[in-house]
Design a binder for this molecule. Sequence first.
Ligand code: ATP
Ligand code: MG
Length: 399
Amino acid sequence: MKYNSIMIHYGELSTKGNNRKLFIQQLLHNVRVALKAFPTNTTGARDHIYVDVSEVEDIAPVISRLQEVSGIQRITPVCKVEKEIMKVKEAALELLQEAKPKTFKVETKRADKTYPLDSYGISRQVGGYLLAKMETAEVDVHSPEAVLRVNMREDACYLSLAEYPGIGGYPLGMNGKVTMLLSGGIDSPVAAYSLIRRGIRVDCLHFASPPYTSDAVLDKLSDILKELNTYQSDIKLDVVPFTKLQDEIYRNVAEPYCITIMRRMMVRIAVGVAKKSKALAIATGESIGQVASQTLESLSVINEVTNFPILRPLATSDKVEIINTAKRINTYEISIRPFEDCCTIFKPRKPKTKPNLKDCEYYESKFDWQKLVEECIENVRHIYFSNGEEVRQEAKKGE
Ligand code: ATP
Ligand code: MG
C-alpha cells in the first residue's frame, strides 16, 4: 500500500481567528497552483488540506514543492483507509514492511470519539498484528526507529510514518502587497523572502544608474527574481532610471550627506511607485547598525520624507542569519557576484552616521529635485518574472 494522500497542516492559523476562512481559501488556491504540474486533486477542510496523490508515481517532488509554499506548517504523507480495523492493520503492515525498521511503536489519535476501540486499544491491536507479522522488528516505546501514527478521523483512518516541515507563515496574497527595494546585495532578496513568507506579495523596485552601474546588475536581479519565483510565482520588477537625479545630488550635496540624501530620494520615488501599483507599504533590506546609512539616526532622517509605511524585515537580524537564509533560498551565490551598485559607486569616504534633518533640508533646497523625482516615477520600466522565466518587458513611456 503506497501513500495515497498528503495531509497539510496549517501554519499560523490559530492566531488568526477571524481570518480562518480566508487563510484556508488562499492556501488552497496557492497549493493548487503550486501542484499544477502533478496529477493531484486538492481539497480543503477546516483543519487540514488534503492532496490526493493516488495517481502520483513518486511523491517526493510533490512534498518538496509543498515545502516551498508559505502558510504550511507540516506535511504528512498518509495512507487513507477505511476505518475497519482489519483494513487498518493490513495497510499498517504494508507501510512498515516497506520502511523495514528494526524497532517501532504505534501511536493512535482518535478524533472520532464514537469509534468502538479507544486509542490505546487501537495501538495495541495494530501493534500486536505488526509484531506477529514482521519477523525481524521489535517494539520499542522509548526510542523507536519508526513511529506508525494511526489517526482515526470521522471520514477515514489515516496512517503515517514521517512528517516534513513546511516554511510556516501565512499563505501568499493574504496580507496585501508591498514594494520591495531590491539592490542586488545579499540582504534585500532575503527581506523579500521574509515578506513573502508572511503572506505579503512583493513588487520589486531597483534604482539603476547607467553608465555608473552596468547591465550586469540587471542580469543579477533577473537571476535573483527567478529564484524568488519559487515562493511567489509572479513578480514584477520596476527599474527606475536614477542617473540624472544621482548626478544632481552629487553636484549639490556635500559628500558626507550624499548617501542620506540619496536614500531620501529613493524613498520618495519608491512611495510614488508603490502608490501607483497599489502597494500598501515599501520595504528595504536595511538592518540596524550594519552600515553608516543604517544607524537609527540615519533611518529616522530618511523616514522624515514620508508617512507611508516603510517595512524593514531584517531590522534586527544579524548577518550570519541573513546569509544562512540567503543560502537556503539560493540567492546567496548570485548576490555575491561582484557588481556596481548605485550606493557603492559614489560611496563617500566619510559618510555621516548621525545626519541631521536641518542639514538634509538645506542641501535639498539647493536643487529642483521634485521634478527629477517625478521623472523617475514616470519613466519606470517594468520587467515581469513568472515561474523562473522573464516573461515580458514593457518599454518605458515614449520609447
Ligand atoms: P543589500 O544586501 O540588500 O544591498 P546592503 O547591506 O548592501 O543591503 P545598502 O546597499 O546600504 O545595504 O542598501 C540598503 C537597502 O536599500 C537595500 O537592502 C535595498 O532595500 C535598498 N537599496 C540599496 N540600493 C538599492 C538600489 N540600487 N535599488 C533598490 N534598492 C536599493
Ligand atoms: Mg547594497
